[in-house]
Design a protein around this ligand. Sequence first.
Ligand SMILES: Nc1ncnc2c1ncn2[C@@H]1O[C@H](COP(=O)(O)OP(=O)(O)O)[C@@H](O)[C@H]1O
Ligand SMILES: Nc1ccn([C@H]2C[C@H](O)[C@@H](COP(=O)(O)OP(=O)(O)O)O2)c(=O)n1
Length: 665
Amino acid sequence: MYATPFLDLPPLESAVGEVALPGSKSISNRVLLLAALSEGTTAVHDLLDSDDTRVMLDALVQLGCGVRRIAPGQVEIDGLAGQPPAVSARLFLGNAGTAMRPLTAALAVLGGDFVLEGVPRMHERPIGDLVDALRALGCTIGYLGNEGYPPLAIGRPALHLDAPIPVRGDVSSQFLTALLMALPLVATERPVVIEVQGELISRPYVEITLNLLQRFGIAVEREGWQRFTIPAGSRYRSPGKLHVEADASSASYFIALGAMAAVEQPLRIRGLGEESIQGDIRFIDAARQMGAVVEGGANRLAIRRGAWPLKAIDIDCNHIPDAAMTLAVMALFADGPSTLRNIASWRVKETDRIAAMATEARKLGATVEEGPDWLRIHPLPAGAWKAATIHTYDDHRVAMCFSLAAFNPDRLPVRIEDPKCVAKTFPDYFETLFSVARTATANIPVLCIDGPTASGKGTVAAAVAARLGYHFLDSGAMYRVTALAATRAGLAIAPEQEAAIAALARTLPVRFLDGRVLIGEDDVTDAIRTEEAGMNASRVSALPAVRDALVALQHGFRRLPGLVADGRDMGTVIFPGADLKVYLTASAQTRAERRHQQLLAKGIPAKIADLRADLEARDLRDSSRPVAPLKPAQDALVLDNSTATIEQSVAQVVSWWQGKRPFGA
Ligand SMILES: Nc1ncnc2c1ncn2[C@@H]1O[C@H](COP(=O)(O)OP(=O)(O)O)[C@@H](O)[C@H]1O
Ligand SMILES: Nc1ccn([C@H]2C[C@H](O)[C@@H](COP(=O)(O)OP(=O)(O)O)O2)c(=O)n1
């Protein structure tokens, strides 16, 4: 997951390969609650691991369920067997509507002493229609903040279930889902009837609910979409084991990606097929209408580009409310204006999604019209795109949708603010995108920090990489590893052995893993950091054939979404076209003192004067060698940080970087 303030997506050109998607959010949270309400233990497989499922699991633990995390994506839940949980509890449900609504209904019907609350945005998402329906059947629910919104206080009910229970269906189908999951708990002696008032929106989500209720032993009778009867004698029973399908809404981004960018070979999705029980699978039909070629199997999809530009679409999105947001970005690549209708529910989601999609698409240069429950997006022709900073409103879908704008024909990067908001349903969304997206190497940004030893290059470069979410190349480590391997192989570090050392360097099984450096399985992280290893690295680095041998390895670090590289010749030789080159330096005395501190911290005694003499010798060798000597690139910005702190140095480099980006202030 990218926990950076923003993530810059370089211009992307095509997509190929296969993705495995996280489990469905809708199915995951329903299954967790049903398992909690059932008799018996349920083993849930392929469960989505995200913010929303985490708050649900935490709530279930607080309510007294046995929850065992067996492996990533696998939990076992010991059900409460329909008994009221013994404890009173204060449940924090984040911004998870799929936890707030069903838990409100279930706990209100079971009764107890509960408070249900969430993040500030959750307290702006209406729940009054559900509360009204629950109060009408005798539940005790109070508002602790604003009337009609969480947080809620739940007490003990005096239920009367003889008359049909009315619930509004035109704001959110989650209210009906919540009642359908709660009322089997009290339909023991008599049937319970729910009547939907108004047109029921998002029916496919209700179908998921009915399908899962069936799996847990409850056969709801349905008359049209107006009347639902939960039969007398209903009792939740665990199905034992249950697999969660991959999330069809998450799949929409990759279906769109295939439609836009899988030109020669299809993009493949695992864990989801056309027969999915999730309504958002019908996004496939919309994508096909826009020109995508989609082939589906039982548990897989393959998508590639058909019509290009995509065909404009005019569509009622009631049946695919979440996935339809993806169409709004696809519409930028269409052959005419596209209209998305019947999307009033977007206004009360994680954010006002109609406003958000319109505002952010306009930043890209698009013309967008919006109404109370519709959105019309005009295509953006080549030459008219702008490099935009996309605000994401703590809404995972806004972030994921707009990542597709990186495929713009003008080859402009797209900045996504607060990329970690995708954690709500798809924590590794961007990593997954980068695993299948392709672009010319020249499009991948590189930032070089060169300079003499102990100037702080490594420290500053690693911090800048972390700040930007970029990869980090410590090129000095490659010379250090080569020198160590040569010494261990009994080779003298001298010109006579140049060819042999170069051959060794070319086939060296070196790996960089979470800050550790490995040769094969051998962890050499500490062994390459000694002063002697540094001096040997300097010697080995003066051999031209060795430098040659390490070029490809260094170029290999230039991967999406970008690279920060530190060394001696990053800006002059290895990445001469880098977007930003910094030459970091400090006085010899300051650098000797820094090394001294560094060694002391490791418990290695040293004299500052000796260290200074050594580093001056190393500076001289590194800068006087004929091949790739240490010197500032012609277009490098020089930063002497003798009197600056690490944080100030990092801030300066990041500020220079921002100045090079096309996003404006
Ligand atoms: N202003 C500063 N900028 C960068 N590093 C500093 C600064 N002040 C002290 N240091 C310390 O200097 C030491 C050398 O930094 P390092 O990144 O290893 O240098 P290099 O990679 O250039 O050899 C580290 O212990 C680092 O924490
Ligand atoms: N891009 C690079 C990086 C390092 N080297 C050589 C020269 C250096 O003295 C050694 C060790 O580099 P390293 O960056 O690890 O050393 P310091 O941390 O600056 O002491 O490798 C190089 O020639 N080219």
